[in-house]
Design a protein around this ligand. Sequence first.
Ligand code: FAD
Ligand code: AMP
Length: 481
Amino acid sequence: MSEEYDVIVIGAGPAGYHAAIRCSQLGLRTACIDKSVDMNGAPAYGGTCLNWGCIPSKALLDASQKFEDAKRFEDIGITIADLQVDLSAMMNHKNDVVASLTSGIAGLFKGNGVVDLPGHGRLVKDCMVEYVPADASEPEILVAENVILAPGSVPVDISVAPVDSNLIEDSTGALNFTAVPPRLGVIGAGVIGLELGSVWNRLGSNVIVLEALEEFLPMADRRIARDSLRIFQSQGLDIRLDTKVIGSKVGSSTVVVDYEGKNGTESIEVDKLVVAVGRRPLVSNLFSEDSGVSLDEDGFISVDENCRTKAQNVFAIGDAVRGPMLAHKGMEEGIMVAEQIAGGQPTVAYDRIPSVIYTNPEIAWVGSTEQELAENSVEFNVGTFPFAASGRALAANENQGMVKVLADAKNDRIVGVHVLGPHASELIAQAVIAMEFDASSEDLALTMFAHPTLGEAIHEAVLGISGQAIHMVNRKSGSSK
Ligand code: FAD
Ligand code: AMP
């Protein structure tokens, strides 16, 4: 036996590092074990999100969007003679951002007194953890009062398109192409497929997205999903719904993808294929059978609403447990568990987790959709406002999309906000805050918004609920479908 801790966290992704830092802030002696390494084999904290998820994808989304914007600079009176992409410099920028943030987590661990342990961790029993150090030194058994499992997730593989050649890649591979593929196939029109498809479409690939479902973005508001599909198609993304990939053949430099679609079985030939069909929890070699931890029927670690597993003093958080696989959901769970261990009784507002798709325009929402409210027989009022009527959006030459606010008809509480438009990812925070404080649509209607801002679109949408919007002709309340 060696070191004893109040808390050992396994996994230093957003869920784990938030938990570890807050535990330490609360005076608990805390260690965090993580096995991720960077391109040079050095420990790299931050998990999927910082290394090959949220951050590198946003670096490429932002860079490629700037390129796309620059192509339209003439519209606003700026001429660029010879616009070029230097992909290797763009990738260097992305890698620099990742390196700076992952080393930042190491600094935060140090500054907060979290003992960082690079290597593999496995819960055995009675809160004991087998630690295999990354430097190949002898494995140790560590003992803790509490253990937090935050192992995250990995991409789902499908046998019809195995990621075992350099022509078929998962999301990590698609963040590291060394050349722009002339023809790119993407399997899955979920969040990751759309974001990666957008990056390469902007950089010059002909992108075909193959999606098995008939409905586009079934989790989003219907109107927003419909409008966004039209916009993405107009950008050149060839999104084929009701199209299930059933096989692939890798050649010397291309991949032939077979799919079943509306016209029966067909094929496309692409230069690269990205498999973006979802993620699954990473639970292999994480806990022993006698640890008391169990999995649910979907393969996630079983937890209650407080993230407690079935083993005493063992918690699990983040992508490895039920709920949306989002960094901020895991972060909140990490904070909640840390505070609970320290004796508090915090909870996570699972019904107010914002969702964002970082396409252009962005899509963001919080709370219920119209279809969910209708399914639950909740009567609601709806207010919408198009960015085409927003002075700020027009001034910025970014006027696609709309804001849609849903308020409970009985008590006027805001129950859902949906944004398709510029900076939707930032705008949605206003809605989350309003809902966090149980705001009614009238509360927001009576709030002053700076002019000219994109946020005014939210104001106008709530004003529209009571027929009082100023910059559009009000219509009767009801569904906006
Ligand atoms: P992870 O981030 O996966 O971290 C888990 C860590 O634990 C990893 O470092 C892993 O190596 C380590 N680990 C696992 N098992 C062990 C073990 N036994 N011993 C030691 N270490 C272990 N989410 C958003 O909210 N916004 C976005 O914009 C967004 N974009 C994304 C883009 C892409 C391309 C991808 C792939 C994902 C994106 N996500 C986004 C999802 C987000 O990355 C995850 O929800 C988030 O990283 C989950 O956090 P986590 O801490 O649960 O796990
Ligand atoms: P998400 O889970 O949001 O990342 O989205 C993944 C998407 O991939 C889902 O919409 C699935 O319907 C889709 N998908 C899964 N398997 C296939 C397949 N074989 N062919 C086409 N689409 C698929």
